[in-house]
Design a protein around this ligand. Structure first.
Ligand SMILES: *Cc1c(COP(=O)(O)O)cnc(C)c1O
Length: 397
């Protein structure tokens, strides 16, 4: 797909090949559009790719996070913890279950959950009897959190871990694929078009626990059970289904799964290309007053994003650079403005100063465009724009 040199360059975008189009056409011509065989095929393909036993595909990662929380029993008297440096969905899933939300600050070098801060908060929470039921570490930009330490804490303090790996399919932690659930109960992936692979909209939960798998599948489709062996009202006729719990219509379609299977076939290639582009950015930005977020040593990142932190922490400089880049046609973004400072979360009682590292990150992080197919001349255009932006911004502040 060609992009005009002077056209707006987004921070991320999908890639669609002729094979992808053929795969979708094949469904449209020959197969069921939904609740057909491709959903299982996609689930099995992802699960086997990331070395998990089971996969449940849903219409979004947000839905996957919601059913994952319900499946782990999250309710009104429970707490869910995550980091403020994430997309709002990582916290909203707890609110859907009427649980209390709280946050753990990040490490500034990586942007990932600060395990020392987590430890301190757990120690305090134990004293006040307010330990969380679920922790959602977020693999920001495709880099896994320190899952071994988090797992150890989860054993010690008795909480469940859901990995938000929306950015991280294709990544590795300690030579294990992200999603293997070696150190968690459930891992969530997103297939929104800006993510690593896409199904248009879509998400998937992996787990190694059969009962969690079954429960998530039930919740995906109204809480309806069709397997007669599981019926509670045995005298019912064979054509009857049972609704056993309150579920949703969070189903994904076969059309989407066909695209997902085709995209998954290129996963390794995509990760190689994303890592190549990040290395190139390392080179091209080395004379700028900024640094690219660090990738922890035992992590192979899927490089969902190229997040840079400006050395100068003046929020005005940040705003200026952002605006100038946008005006030059470079679709920079901020990943993320801390969730706890969103108006909705302020109403829940959160305020400035609650999570200082996330707040600093939010006022000096910028994501530069990174996606497979980003051409050399586009990168040149981005770097030129960055020079212009720094020159101009330094004059204005
Ligand atoms: C994109 C994203 C989600 C939500 O994914 P959807 O598939 O759009 O629902 C959740 N968490 C993080 C960190 C994300 O980036």
């Amino acid at each position: 797909m060609k992009i005009e040199q002077d056209a707006f360059i987004p921070y991320g975008r999908h890639t669609i090949t002729e094979e992808d189009i053929d795969a979708v056409n094949e469904v449209l011509r020959n197969s069921l559009l939904t609740q057909g065989p491709l959903i299982n095929s996609f689930e099995e393909a992802v699960a086997s790719k990331v070395k998990a036993k089971f996969g449940v595909a849903l219409n979004s990662a947000t839905s996957a996070l919601h059913v994952a929380c319900l499946t782990l029993g999250l309710g009104p008297n429970d707490s869910l913890w995550t980091t403020p440096n994430t997309f709002v969905a990582s916290a909203n899933c707890g609110l859907y279950c009427n649980a209390k939300i709280d946050f753990i600050d990040i490490s500034p070098m990586t942007g990932l959950i600060n395990v020392e801060a987590l430890k301190r908060k757990l120690q305090e929470a134990r004293l006040t009897n307010s330990l969380p039921k679920i922790l959602i570490p977020v693999h920001l930009a495709g880099s896994s959190c320190d899952m071994k330490s988090i797992f150890k804490l989860s054993q010690e303090y008795g909480f469940n871990v859901i990995e938000d790996a929306s950015h991280a399919i294709g990544g590795e932690y300690n030579n294990e694929p992200v999603g293997s659930c070696k150190y968690s109960s459930i891992t969530i992936f997103s297939f929104h078009p800006v993510k690593i692979i896409t199904t248009g909209e879509g998400g998937l939960a992996t787990t190694n626990d059969y009962s969690l798998y079954q429960r998530m599948k039930d919740l995906r489709s109204h809480g309806i059970v069709k397997d007669q062996k599981r019926f509670t009202q045995k005298e019912m006729s064979p054509w009857i289904y049972e609704q056993q719990v309150l579920g949703f219509n969070y189903r994904i379609t076969d059309i989407q799964c066909a695209l997902g299977i085709s995209q998954l076939n290129r996963l390794e290639q995509t990760i190689v290309e994303r890592n190549y582009l990040l290395n190139k950015y390392q080179d091209l930005t080395k004379d700028f007053p900024l640094r690219i977020l660090e990738i922890p040593e035992n992590v192979k990142s899927s490089v969902h994003l190229c997040i840079v932190r400006l050395n100068n922490s003046n929020p005005n400089l940040h705003r200026k650079i952002f605006q100038i880049m946008q005006s030059l046609g470079i679709g920079v973004q901020v990943h993320y403005t801390p969730v706890h400072l969103q108006p909705y979360f302020r109403k829940l009682g959160f305020k400035e100063g609650d999570f200082p590292e996330s707040e600093k990150h939010g006022t000096n992080a910028i994501s530069l465009p990174l996606f497979p197919g980003l051409a050399d001349n586009q990168m040149k255009q981005i770097i030129n724009s960055l020079s212009i932006a720094f020159d101009q911004a330094n004059k204005e502040i």
